[in-house]
Design a protein around this ligand. Structure first.
Ligand SMILES: [Zn+2]
Length: 77
C-alpha cells in the first residue's frame, strides 16, 4: 500500500478523519481558519462556499489531494 508520509495527525491515530482548516473560510481574529472534518470537507465546501449553490468552489488543488485522493486510497486499501 502506498501512503504519503504522515503530515497531520495520522501518525498519532489510525483514524484518518482528521480536522482540517478550510482554505476558504475567513481567518478569525486569532489567525485561525475554521476547522472542518476531513470527511465532511466536501459537504462543507458545498454548503458554505458553493458557486450558485450548485457546484463546489475552486480550492487549491492541494486541498483535494489532502482530502479526497487520500480518502480514495484508504477505500481501495
Ligand atoms: Zn469554509
Amino acid at each position: 500500500m502506498l501512503y504519503k508520509p504522515a503530515k497531520t495527525f495520522s501518525e498519532a491515530s489510525p483514524c484518518t478523519n482528521v480536522p482540517l482548516q478550510c482554505p476558504l473560510c475567513p481567518e478569525s481574529t486569532s489567525g485561525n481558519r475554521k476547522t472542518i472534518w476531513k470527511y465532511n470537507s466536501y459537504f462543507h465546501l458545498l454548503a458554505e462556499h458553493s458557486v450558485s449553490g450548485q457546484r463546489p468552489p475552486d480550492v487549491p488543488p492541494q486541498f483535494w489531494i489532502d482530502t479526497w485522493l487520500q480518502h480514495v486510497e484508504e477505500q481501495a486499501g
